[in-house]
Design a protein around this ligand. Structure first.
Ligand SMILES: [Zn+2]
Length: 277
């Protein structure tokens, strides 16, 4: 099987971003996952198109188990998750790019642990929900290309597929949320449980419900137009190429690689190759 140390989870990857691409289908205990392999910024990378190649799978129906485990099987140590999201904080506007440092989980039906079907359970630390080392790499690259980088923020992950109500947006803001989107959880949890570093880069493409006249996905003035027609998509790809080229393979400055230590209870499943002390 091919190996790639860096993973990217996103909705689409242009030929400019991912070069020399090929498809690898990875078998996992939860079914097969299709991964694009190639190079980004001159580095071997594994790209997961989370909604499928034709954007056919909404966030609440994604096979997160297979997707994250497949990246792990391919040797991925550091994952960047790209999420186009909405703002619940009036100070964060469409066109800004947020590198989150915390999240609020508002999903309703998603698995909370990769180990739920095993004879064990884990309790991993989430004091730093996103890898601080990888966050800093993203911030360093992003600020080279844009002066609209928000270096901290709380990502509210909702179930979808509908957009939020105005009351929900007001509640999330009161609870400390800054941005809102649907695909972060359980990606961020499973990555930690597989001891991979994980950080998110989130371009803002709309205000939440009640903060603007309407939230429109496609058509004139829509989220899609802001992302693709106003240059945000190209900007994100430039940042990703620069960031991925600069990611260090030295993981000694974060604790993601030993996340299971001290929090593992029971008999490790056969698919977990790491020895738990
Ligand atoms: Zn880390």
């Amino acid at each position: 099987m091919s190996k790639a140390p860096i993973g990217l989870i996103t909705s689409a990857a242009s030929e400019n971003l991912l070069k020399d691409r090929r498809v690898e289908v990875v078998s996992t205990p939860w079914g097969e996952a299709s991964i694009l392999l190639g190079t980004i910024g001159g580095r071997e990378a594994a790209v997961q198109l989370r909604y499928g190649a034709g954007l056919t799978t909404p966030s609440h129906k994604i096979n997160y188990h297979a997707n994250l485990f497949a990246l792990h099987e391919l040797g991925v140590e550091s994952i960047i998750s790209q999420n186009a999201i909405g703002s619940v904080n009036p100070a964060i506007r469409p066109g800004d790019i947020v590198i989150s440092n915390d999240f609020l989980d508002k999903t309703k039906s998603r698995a909370q642990s990769l180990f739920d079907e095993s004879e064990c359970w884990v309790r991993v630390d989430f004091t730093d929900p996103f890898c601080p080392r990888l966050r800093q790499d993203l911030i360093t690259s992003a600020t080279r290309f844009s002066n609209r980088i928000i270096e901290r923020g709380t990502f509210v992950c909702t179930e979808g597929p509908r957009f939020e109500t105005p009351a929900e947006i007001r509640a999330y803001a009161k609870e400390g949320g800054d941005i809102v989107g649907t695909p972060l959880v359980p990606e961020v949890i499973f990555a930690r449980e597989l001891e991979m570093c994980f950080a998110s880069i989130a371009p803002v493409i709309n205000f939440g419900a009640g903060m603007a006249p309407a939230v429109i996905h496609f058509g004139p003035g829509s989220m899609n137009d802001i992302y693709y027609k106003e240059g945000l998509h190209d900007l994100i790809e430039k940042i990703l190429i620069d960031a991925i080229a600069g990611i260090s393979s030295d993981r000694s400055t974060c604790t993601c690689g030993t996340a299971l230590e001290g929090g593992f209870h029971g008999q490790p499943p056969a698919w977990l190759k790491r020895k738990i002390a």
